[in-house]
Design a protein around this ligand. Structure first.
Ligand code: SF4
Length: 178
């Protein structure tokens, strides 16, 4: 069966994106964890644990890519400073870097399709994510699979809460805490 590499930001967004992808395609989903934007480390670990357990429950294979930083004191130098300096704004940097990494890992693993759970949240810049993903797909000669799971978002979050997994209170980076 053909595979799709799903960049996964967290369990709550997976809970709507996975059903949306399953409805649309027959691809075997492989979930990628790569989220160096999440601050502080304690929050990163909470989201990582929630993601890992959710994928185990769903029987979905995972790939993990560590962040370039692993201590809170390295966060600004290794992530936030570059994000803030990015001319199109820090969120576009955040989408771009995570999706570029997804494309590179898809190529390395000979997976021709990719998508992202970032499309699930009504709080994200949905059209910008879609447009960045399409540009990356063209650059890396991959197939970006677009879905719009936003209508399922709140039921997905509630499902994750219901099974007792952690759900976050803010987007992810240090600036989004406030
Ligand atoms: S607000 Fe969210 S999308 Fe924007 S930079 Fe912060 S973590 Fe990334």
């Amino acid at each position: 069966m053909e595979k799709i590499l799903l960049h996964t930001c967290c369990a709550p967004c997976s809970a709507s994106t996975i059903p949306a992808l399953t409805l649309l395609t027959d691809f075997k989903i492989v979930s990628l964890w790569y989220n160096p934007n999440i601050y502080p480390r304690s929050e990163y670990i909470s989201r990582y644990d929630s993601w890992k357990k959710y994928m185990q429950i769903q029987g979905i294979k995972t790939i993990e890519k560590e962040t370039p930083w692993n201590d809170d004191s390295q966060y600004e130098k290794m992530w936030l400073d570059d994000a803030v300096k990015y001319e199109k704004g820090r969120c576009q940097y955040c989408y771009l870097k995570r999706l570029e990494k997804t494309a590179k890992i898809a190529q390395k693993n000979n997976i021709k399709n990719f998508s992202t759970t970032l499309l699930a949240s009504p709080y994200q810049q949905h059209d910008v994510i879609k447009s960045i993903a399409l540009e990356i797909a063209s650059e890396y000669k991959l197939n970006f699979v677009y879905v719009d799971p936003r209508k399922l978002y709140y039921s997905g979050v509630n499902n994750v809460k219901h099974i007792g997994l952690y759900t976050q209170k803010y987007c992810g980076c240090k600036l989004s805490i406030r």
